[in-house]
Write a protein that binds this ligand. Structure first.
Ligand SMILES: Cc1cc2nc3c(=O)[nH]c(=O)nc-3n(C[C@H](O)[C@H](O)[C@H](O)COP(=O)(O)OP(=O)(O)OC[C@H]3O[C@@H](n4cnc5c(N)ncnc54)[C@H](O)[C@@H]3O)c2cc1C
Length: 498
């Protein structure tokens, strides 16, 4: 019904009405990953490097492992990252207008139990000694808006068109979420919570809503949006435990989230600066072997010998690098993100969501800059490809740039008719395995994988090990792995939780 309402706005908007839009696909490093998977022949290694510890992967997990090692006064490590840019899903870009994110773009104001996030944020000046949050980097107003029934409303809770029943069901939903939060099982990071209720992990979020007799279509949208936002999956593809975590683990606060023009790249950049001397970007690991009591690594550049390995690259890659490992039974969500240059900026919020769109809408990267006026703007567009990951991955890779450019413009033109005339550039980032999707049973699969990868002085650390693709999880997994490693090397005694 709504679609019939909106699509006429697009009729007549053919390529004729768009200016010359520049752009293309960026990164496209899946080609290197596929070469490694397919056993490509590489040039002979340029020598052998040695370090006591090697960290594989320079995303937030790998950078956090490095951050913590350095804080312990331990610097005899190498951090190896395949891409020439550091940061993984916290990578960022910069043009003449502003910096912008390529994926992760915010971190909620940390809960009291998120002690590692608090420690880091205090070091980075985001929290002061008295615990006050730095307003400069808390999301400025207006934070969020939703395009619903042909107009923008502030906030993301659907309002226009909702009935008394819809509103009552939302109230009941939040009441049940609060009851579940009080059980203490939903924490950030999740390892600090009480044992999860496995029954919640044996059903999908959609089934949980149905079982609760919560049938409001607006509530269903809200819950589905949460799953797509955090996990790149629909509510019928997300474990109810993970779906509820989105709502139950974050403390409701007037403050936040923390966000920056370049998104979480702001944090990645600062972490990377601290360990520049130990970091080698542009080097893909293609073999990890245990030889006696040491580990030998073959990379696309040189060989490495080390005593301990922190593996912070995605788990699905590891069986291609290490002999004898089963494949983790993890699913990964494909994502497309794009950065659009807007020639004549219009009024926006930071986060701009279109109800009933396959995308999550866009974030205005210029929002957090201090300039009172912008001649041009950059919008970061987020599209999780929900549905069967293999089919969606093929769809993502098989369609050309013009297809995706048109898809993005048509989607945004639901709310901004004629937008294409106002866009001068679109750059598109396609990620086939962007983040782990915590489907039904993901908690048990995480444990199985941790067991399968237990080896002396070797530890998996990517956020996909926990199963929730979030900054807090990546940081915790990285620091846990670093602590485990120093203990395994006999350099620290106790393994207390950080
Ligand atoms: C579109 C999108 C939006 C997101 N938004 C948010 C958000 O707003 N807030 C949030 O908290 N989280 C968000 N996330 C989740 C994000 O994934 C995590 O927050 C976190 O950044 C993950 O860090 P990681 O280190 O675990 O993994 P990754 O970021 O995936 O890092 C792994 C690194 O390993 C490298 N690597 C892979 N293979 C090799 C190899 N063979 N050799 C060497 N290096 C290798 C990769 O290049 C990569 O840099 C988002 C994710 C996506 C995809």
């Amino acid at each position: 019904m709504r679609r019939r309402h909106l699509f006429p706005a697009l009729i007549g908007l053919t390529a004729k009405s768009e200016g010359n839009i520049q752009g293309g696909f960026v990164f496209e490093s899946q080609n290197e990953g596929h070469k490694i998977r397919d056993g490509a022949v590489y040039r002979p290694p340029a020598g052998t490097r040695r370090a006591k510890v090697v960290i594989i992967g320079g995303g937030i997990a790998g950078l956090s492992a490095a951050w913590w090692l350095r804080k312990q006064g331990f610097t005899d490590f190498l951090l190896l990252e395949g891409e020439s840019d550091i940061g993984g899903n916290a990578r960022w870009g910069q043009n003449e207008i502003c910096a912008y994110p390529w994926a992760a773009h915010y971190v909620p104001a940390p809960n009291p139990e998120s002690t590692l996030v608090r420690e880091l944020f205090t070091e980075l000046g985001l929290i002061d000694a008295a615990g006050a949050l730095n307003e400069r980097w808390l999301c400025h107003s207006p934070q969020e808006r939703l395009y619903l029934h042909g107009r923008w409303q502030w906030g993301l809770d659907p309002d226009a068109g909702t009935t008394k029943t819809d509103r009552e069901q939302r109230r009941i939903f939040h009441e049940r979420v609060a009851d579940l939060a009080a059980t203490g099982q939903f924490k950030l990071p999740m390892a600090l919570g009480r044992a999860p209720d496995a029954r919640l992990d044996q059903q999908t979020m959609r089934d949980w809503l149905t079982a609760q007799k919560l049938t409001s279509p607006y509530l269903a949208w809200e819950v589905d949006y949460g799953c797509r936002d955090d996990y790149g999956a629909s509510s019928s593809e997300t474990s109810a435990w993970a779906g509820l975590h989105y709502h139950a683990a974050r403390q409701h606060s007037e403050k936040g989230p923390f966000t920056w023009p370049e998104g979480n790249g702001w944090i990645a950049r600062r972490l990377a600066e601290q360990v520049k001397a130990q970091t080698v970007p542009g080097v893909w690991i293609r073999r990890v072997e245990q030889v006696g009591t040491r580990w030998h690594l073959r990379t696309t550049g040189f060989n490495v010998e080390t005593e301990a390995v922190i593996y912070a690259a995605p788990s699905f890659v590891l069986p291609y690098l290490m002999e004898g490992l089963p494949k983790p039974r993890f699913e990964y969500s494909p994502w497309l993100t794009a950065n659009l240059v807007i020639e004549q900026p219009m009024e926006t919020a930071w986060d701009n969501v279109i109800y009933d769109s396959p995308s999550l809408g866009y974030v205005d990267a210029t929002h957090q800059t201090l300039a009172s006026r912008h001649d041009r703007a950059v919008w970061t567009y987020y599209l999780p490809l929900v549905g069967d990951p293999l089919t969606q991955r093929r769809r993502l890779q098989s369609q050309d740039f013009n297809h995706w450019k048109d898809f993005i413009l048509r989607d945004l033109e639901r709310a901004h008719p004629g937008l294409r005339k106002n866009v001068s550039r679109i750059d598109i980032f396609r990620q086939g395995h962007a983040m782990r999707r915590p489907g039904k049973g993901f908690l048990a699969e995480s444990q199985n994988w941790q067991k399968a990868t237990e080896k002396p002085r070797f530890r998996v650390a990517n956020s996909d090990v926990s199963g929730l693709p979030l900054f807090e999880e990546a940081q915790y997994c990285g620091v846990e792995a670093a602590r485990f490693t120093l203990a395994a090397l006999g350099l620290i005694k106790k393994l207390d939780r950080p």
